[in-house]
Design a protein around this ligand. Structure first.
Ligand code: HEC
Length: 282
């Protein structure tokens, strides 16, 4: 019953989203519908009809807009914008850049995710100190980080995930992430696999995404996303922290190589599927 109604949605929603983020070439809900058409029985993707209907009014679209203003504003002690920041495709080139992260950056000699790269540019280019709230506050829709990350990421909406694996460190980080993903530990002896390796597995009412179904996994890893239950936009780093809490394991160090390795592996699992940005989660 639910399916014919859902497939009619993109038509009904053909107008609207671009009023807020006019650089989006495709409505994120249309990207999601394309993915659903490939796996029309996915319990994870179809768990909330209401969620799909609300995507048109995703509050993260405002966060994206705020991020655009911040990105081009002259800020920090050096009073310059972020337009010379290279996210992997050249200075200021944002289109598709996030879909190819994490990646190795020559200037730092590190594999960086979006958050690490943004911190780097805010400090090196704009001159912010590590303890400045602009750099330090990573969470919540009101933080500079969520605004900027949401804006930069939205330029990869509809673009297939394609993190490069050319540099040996990129492959090493992906492999380390794979090890961390499957490593069971803690008093519950759980790994990420415990909850994300079967289709239709639930915790209470939440259907969990299966990491082996790329169509489910692309939605799962499409962050920043607005989390309705939190009434805030959240990042990949925030999601990792949440799942370590779910496993009752020690919290990972935010922004550490371990978290970036996990993001390398989880992005590799969704390779080829379009990013849905901004997304909306439960
Ligand atoms: C005990 C079960 C459990 C384990 C183990 C677990 N997660 Fe999760 N994960 C969840 C739940 C539940 C959600 C849905 C969000 C919520 O309602 O809190 C989720 C959501 C996610 C999402 C986003 C999908 C969404 O719809 O929100 C990703 C990505 C993810 N987990 C990755 C991981 C990774 C990586 C690990 C290992 C470090 C992991 N998870 C371990 C339960 C788990």
């Amino acid at each position: 019953m639910i399916r014919p109604m859902l497939l009619a949605l993109p038509l009904a929603l053909a107008v609207g989203v671009t009023a807020h983020a006019d650089h989006l070439k495709e409505n994120p809900v249309d990207v999601l519908m394309r993915v659903i058409e490939e796996v029309p029985d996915s319990p994870y993707l179809l768990q909330s009809e209401q969620n799909l209907m609300m995507m048109e009014d995703n509050p993260n679209l405002w966060t994206v807009e705020d991020g655009k203003d911040l990105f081009y504003a002259a800020r920090g002690p050096n009073n310059v914008s972020l337009e010379t920041c290279d996210f992997g495709k050249g200075p200021g080139e944002l289109e598709g850049a996030y879909a190819e992260m994490p990646r190795y950056f020559e200037d730092t000699g590190r594999v960086m995710d979006l958050e690490a790269r943004l911190v780097h540019c805010m400090m090196e280019i704009q001159g912010f100190a590590a303890d400045d709230p602009a750099v330090r506050q990573r969470h919540g829709s009101g933080s500079d980080h969520m605004k900027l990350q949401s804006y930069i990421a939205s330029w990869s909406n509809g673009i297939p995930w394609n993190p490069p694996m050319d540099h040996p460190l990129e492959r090493a980080m992906r492999d380390a992430g794979e090890y961390i993903f499957y490593r069971r530990a803690g008093s519950l002896d759980m790994s990420c696999q415990t909850c994300h390796y079967e289709t239709g597995k639930r915790i209470r009412a939440s259907v969990l995404p299966n990491s082996r179904v790329p169509q489910e996994w692309t939605k799962a890893i499409s962050w920043p996303a607005f989390r309705v239950g939190h009434d805030h936009s959240r990042s990949s780093q925030h999601r990792i922290r949440g799942c370590y809490w779910q496993m009752r394991q020690a919290g990972p160090v935010a922004g550490s190589d371990g978290t970036i390795a996990l993001i390398s592996f989880w992005t590799d699992l969704a390779r080829g599927q379009p990013a849905i940005l901004p997304d909306m989660k439960r």
